[in-house]
Write a protein that binds this ligand. Structure first.
Ligand code: DOR
Ligand code: ZN
Length: 352
């Protein structure tokens, strides 16, 4: 019998939801993603946000400069625009022509750098109409923002108060329900997507597949496990894992890896975001392997995303090995450091 580790081969995955920030920190985080993924959808929540095609082109230029200085050739950033109350119909058409892959809806105040987000979706009706007409996807941070709504309920309430009316008003609009965290969201997307109607999908992060909300409070407060939407109860984690491993084309990989410097997380009011990019594929493989569903990983990670966005699937193959990789306690982040997800622990799988 051979002692070589268990391996799986798959078509190279893409990350359909990623934050790489800007300036000095971008190079460090981009290196981690580009080592594993062929493409990534780049979130526009910079300060100030990426609200126009001109700003997105400039941002893409800065990404290319960093890729060049890293010596990376086979990685493509896919650009998005940040939807505001003032986004114009003209910008939607311009974005379509420029190859922008989607507009991101942040309800104002929902999360990191969302202050310029949409205050009331009704203000965006003309723009949503235009997006629907040209086939421009809407990428949704699905949480209501009212302080009275319990933070653990904000996603489920969003479905009833915002998403369902939105889908009634714009039945042909392509929607990605980003980083879903609840059973309600998983079932909503599963049931909304039928053989004849397939314009809604969802991304799922590794942390929501691997952890429940206890992980934020295990033996003390754990700021590096805090993200938004926040981790939920175990029953929700189980439902998300079931969705991700179902083989259904409506669920695909989006890490939502969201770098914040160590000091910004370990603070009296710490930022939301988990840095999963360091070994994101290992985290997903561990989650799928944990329930004996590794055979479903390739569809989730490599096929269903490009299919939904009408982009070609990748052709290059990668190999994942079942070989514990220890995760450093800290990694460089520009002039600071960052604490990656599972810092100081091991992840069962890694890229060969
Ligand atoms: O945890 C999060 N961090 N959730 C988001 O929606 C934004 C992200 C960030 O940009 O840091
Ligand atoms: Zn995000």
């Amino acid at each position: 019998m051979s002692n070589s580790p268990i391996q799986i081969q798959l078509i190279q995955p893409d990350d359909w939801h990623l934050h790489i920030r800007d300036g000095k920190v971008m190079k460090d985080v981009l290196a981690d993603t580009a080592r594993q993924f062929a493409r990534a959808i780049i979130m526009p929540n910079l300060k100030p946000p990426v609200t126009t095609v001109d700003l997105a082109n400039a941002y893409q230029g800065r990404i290319e400069v960093n890729l060049q200085s890293l010596g990376v050739t086979g990685f493509t950033p896919l650009m998005t625009l940040y939807l505001t109350d003032n986004t114009s119909v003209d910008e939607v058409r311009k974005a379509k022509d420029a190859g922008i892959v989607g507009f991101k809806l942040y309800p104002a105040g929902a999360t990191t750098n969302s202050d310029a987000g949409v205050s009331d979706i009704k203000r965006c009706h003309a723009v949503l109409e235009a997006m629907q007409a040209v086939g421009m996807p809407l990428l949704v941070h699905g949480e209501v923002t009212s302080a009275e709504i319990d933070i653990f309920d904000r996603e489920a309430v969003f479905i009833d108060q915002v998403l369902e009316p939105l889908r009634k008003n714009f039945p042909e609009l392509k929607i990605v329900f980003e980083h879903i965290t609840t059973k309600q969201a998983a079932h909503y997307v599963r049931d909304a997507h039928t053989a004849t109607k397939n314009n809604i999908a969802a991304t799922i992060t590794p942390q929501h597949l691997l952890m429940n909300r206890n992980a934020i409070f295990a033996g003390g407060i754990r700021p590096h496990n805090y993200c938004l939407p926040v981790l939920k109860r175990e029953e929700h984690r189980v439902a998300l894992l079931e969705a991700a491993t179902s083989g259904g084309p409506r669920f695909f990989l989006g890490t939502d890896s969201a770098p914040h410097a160590k000091g910004a997380k370990e603070a009296a009011c710490g930022c939301a975001g988990c840095y999963s990019a360091f070994n994101a594929l290992g985290l997903y493989a561990e989650a799928f392997d944990g329930i004996g569903k590794l055979d479903k990983l390739e569809g989730f990670a490599s096929f269903f995303g490009p299919d939904f966005y009408s982009l070609p699937r990748n052709t290059k193959k990668i190999t994942l090995v079942k070989q514990a990789q220890s995760i450093p306690a800290e990694l460089p982040l520009g002039d600071d450091t960052i604490v990656p997800l599972r810092a100081g622990e091991a992840i069962a799988w890694t890229l060969a």
